[in-house]
Design a protein around this ligand. Structure first.
Ligand SMILES: NC(=O)c1ccc[n+]([C@@H]2O[C@H](COP(=O)([O-])OP(=O)(O)OC[C@H]3O[C@@H](n4cnc5c(N)ncnc54)[C@H](O)[C@@H]3O)[C@@H](O)[C@H]2O)c1
Length: 433
């Protein structure tokens, strides 16, 4: 099939590349010309394991191409996937849909034959109805279908998640578009993926409900970790003990910093805002948002306590600054709350991240990037393990910290406290009283 992905970010690029690998002809479009030029030369603008090989292979096979010519790319394609960003509106909690509606307007003028317009971006309930209205201004109803096909891939595992999804959700209000999409996804259905066809509005809500539920799970275990600290219980025992109950499940039950990333923070806010619009109070999700916002403050207070409230001129090293491992995505990472607050109090911060220097931290006073764990730890008073990269799971501390007095705050519980008992290292972690 001939596909066009509009928006070549984490979602558009990964799904476009994977669709091309399944044998379709895919044009990935972006308005960011620098990004498109890089991709045309086989250079990947994001960190995603395995993606570069797939891009190269499918460019060579002439299944995949990159363009900034939206009109022509739409004309050449049968199915158009909208994969642009839906960030939080400035000064509010609702989703900013300007990129989505901008694309819908451009699309409406380039429909030369029947097209399926698929929203892969995460959009609030009724957005599909609005897109349809915009396109109907210039086109008759039989010229197009608007479908919702939310994406559930996780950064860092994106290719695997795309090829072996738990489920594929397609929300369509007509049979024709559902039949075509089911056939597009048939190679994945054959491999065992469950295909669910719902109404368009239901598909839109499924995506938000999934993210809100996962954010709730993380926040639930983070709050329980606070209780464990006060009652001398190990939170890891609680996670195992409840996670083995199949009704609960063990994933997303690891205590740690506040959840971040490009999805959970904005999507929890957007779903409560949608509910408010329809005069429904999603009070559980509202308290999850509040608890998560407090989490970074709570962990900051923990850092101050560890340093006996003497933060000025203390050398603090962060290992990992992204919101999770295997991604370079800094959006809403809890490090972006903690590092500026520590810098304001006079700390001198160095950080190491396997995905390199971060522009988001460039302008913060006394914050510098080190290009190795060893350099990052040089002269540190406090080491904070912020992100759970495999690279940080088996560090040789006796070598790294030789003859130095250092305190470790392991925000991901990567190590057992026992490991440090007879060493010159003070070790703190999460929810282990
Ligand atoms: N990142 C994830 O892990 C993830 C997972 C599932 C769903 N989503 C959802 O998918 C959507 C996209 O997320 P993302 O992380 O890929 O965003 P992103 O910011 O990485 O990419 C969006 C891209 O769209 C481009 N764009 C914007 N307007 C355009 C236009 N008019 N024409 C062409 N290109 C345009 C931007 O230049 C950018 O490259 C969001 O709604 C997000 O919530 C993201």
């Amino acid at each position: 099939m001939k596909l066009c992905m509009i928006g070549t970010g984490y979602v558009g690029l990964v799904s476009g590349v994977c669709f091309s690998d399944l044998g379709n002809h895919v044009i990935c479009v972006d308005k960011d010309l620098t990004k498109i030029k890089k991709l045309q030369h086989g250079k990947i603008p994001i960190y995603e394991p395995g993606l570069d090989e797939l891009v190269k292979k499918n460019i060579e096979n002439k299944k995949l191409s990159f363009s900034n010519d939206l009109k022509n790319s739409i004309k050449k394609s049968d199915i158009i996937f909208i994969c642009v960003g839906t960030p939080t509106k400035k000064g509010g909690g609702s989703a900013d849909l300007s990129q989505i509606y901008g694309v819908a307007k451009e699309l409406s003028k380039s429909i030369n034959k029947y097209k399926i317009i698929v929203t892969k971006s995460t959009v609030p309930v009724t957005t599909g109805d609005e897109i349809e209205k915009i396109i109907l201004k210039f086109n008759s109803k039989n010229k197009f279908s608007v479908v919702s096909n939310p994406e559930f891939l996780r950064e860092g595992e994106a290719i695997r998640d795309f090829i072996y999804p738990d489920r594929i959700v397609v929300g369509s209000n007509d049979k024709k578009s559902n039949k075509i999409l089911k056939s597009l996804y048939s190679p994945l259905i054959t491999k065992g993926a469950k295909y669910i066809n719902t109404s368009r509005r239901a598909a839109e809500l499924i995506k938000y409900a999934s993210n809100a539920f996962l954010a709730t799970k993380i926040t639930f275990i983070n709050e329980l970790a606070n209780l464990c600290e006060k009652t001398k219980i190990n939170i890891d025992d609680i996670s195992i003990g409840i996670g083995l109950d199949q009704r609960i499940g063990s994933r997303f039950l690891r205590a740690g910093p506040a959840y971040g990333g490009s999805c959970f923070p904005k999507d929890t806010k957007a779903i409560t805002s949608t509910a408010d619009k329809f005069s429904t109070n999603l009070s559980i999700i509202k308290s999850v948002i509040k608890s998560n916002e407090n989490r970074s403050k709570l962990l900051l207070n923990r850092i101050y306590e560890i340093l006996n409230n003497k933060v000025k001129n203390k050398k603090i090293s962060f290992l990992g600054v992204t919101f999770k491992a295997n991604t370079d995505d800094m959006r809403d990472s809890s490090s972006l709350t903690m590092i500026p607050a520590l810098s304001k109090k006079g700390a001198i911060i160095s950080y190491y991240d396997p995905t390199g220097n971060k522009v988001e931290l460039n302008k913060i006073k006394n914050v510098s990037y080190s290009n190795s764990v060893t350099k990052c730890l040089d002269k540190a008073d406090l080491l904070i393990i912020h992100t759970e990269w495999n690279d940080f799971k088996s560090l040789d501390f006796s070598k790294l910290i030789k003859n130095k007095k250092i305190t470790i705050f392991d925000m991901r519980n990567l190590y057992s406290p026992q490991k440090f008992i007879n060493k010159n290292i003070k070790y703190f972690s999460i929810g282990r009283g």
